[in-house]
Design a protein around this ligand. Structure first.
Ligand SMILES: C[S@@+](CC[C@H](N)C(=O)[O-])C[C@H]1O[C@@H](n2cnc3c(N)ncnc32)[C@H](O)[C@@H]1O
Length: 186
């Protein structure tokens, strides 16, 4: 899609409600959704096909392997929506907002590239707010109740379910800046 204004990558797209909604709303952006469970990804791909979307593609892959698919500096924005919270310190490295992942995102993001993060999980969100700066991302648009004054933005499948249950949705944006040299983020 050489005419694409922006390249955006969604990690763990699940059944793709957000993926197709975003692709539909922003036809000039190229959306690539990464999902490691093929059964979920197929549903997302069928949704895109049914809407005849031309600006969305899917990769059946692990978010840890982004560098195998994208060149350095190629990606403008990464979406991490309702990733698995992996409670307990033992599994922290599996969280998609762990510095190990954030440092990998740096390798494919363009200068000033962004990570847009949403979750229903309060503990994961509060923990993640400390991880972004460690990996050289400046935080903005931090909210602990995104839909407080009515629905905002395109919802994911999980988000719609939590919204209907009245669970507050947390959201923030991390913008890539220089990596702090003084500390080891891992
Ligand atoms: C809780 S679901 C959320 C799905 C969707 N983002 C939503 O909000 O409706 C998390 C999804 O991320 C996928 N996932 C988790 N870790 C992943 C990884 N390392 N690479 C790719 N996909 C991953 C899971 O297979 C699952 O479909």
């Amino acid at each position: 899609m050489p005419t694409a204004g922006e390249l955006r990558v969604e990690l763990g797209c699940g059944k793709g409600r957000f993926t197709v909604g975003t692709a539909q709303a922003e036809p000039e952006a190229l959306i690539i959704a990464v999902e490691r469970i093929p059964d979920a990804m197929v549903i997302a791909a069928e949704r895109a096909r049914d809407l005849d979307l031309k600006n969305v593609f899917f990769i059946d892959a692990d978010a840890a392997d982004l560098e195998a698919y994208f060149a350095s500096g190629e990606v403008d924005r990464i979406y991490v929506n309702f990733c698995d919270p992996w409670p307990g310190a033992r599994y922290a490295k599996r969280r998609l907002t762990h510095p190990g992942f954030l440092l990998r995102y740096r390798k494919v993001l363009s200068s000033g590239g962004e990570v847009h993060f949403k979750t229903d999980n309060h503990d994961l969100f509060e923990w993640s707010l400390f991880q972004f700066p460690k990996a050289g991302f400046r935080l903005s648009e931090v909210t602990r109740n995104l839909h407080e004054n009515g629905p905002r933005g395109i919802m994911t499948d999980y988000e719609e379910k939590f919204y209907r249950l009245g669970t507050p949705i947390n959201r923030c944006v991390g913008t890539m800046e220089e990596l702090p040299s003084s500390e080891n983020p891992l």
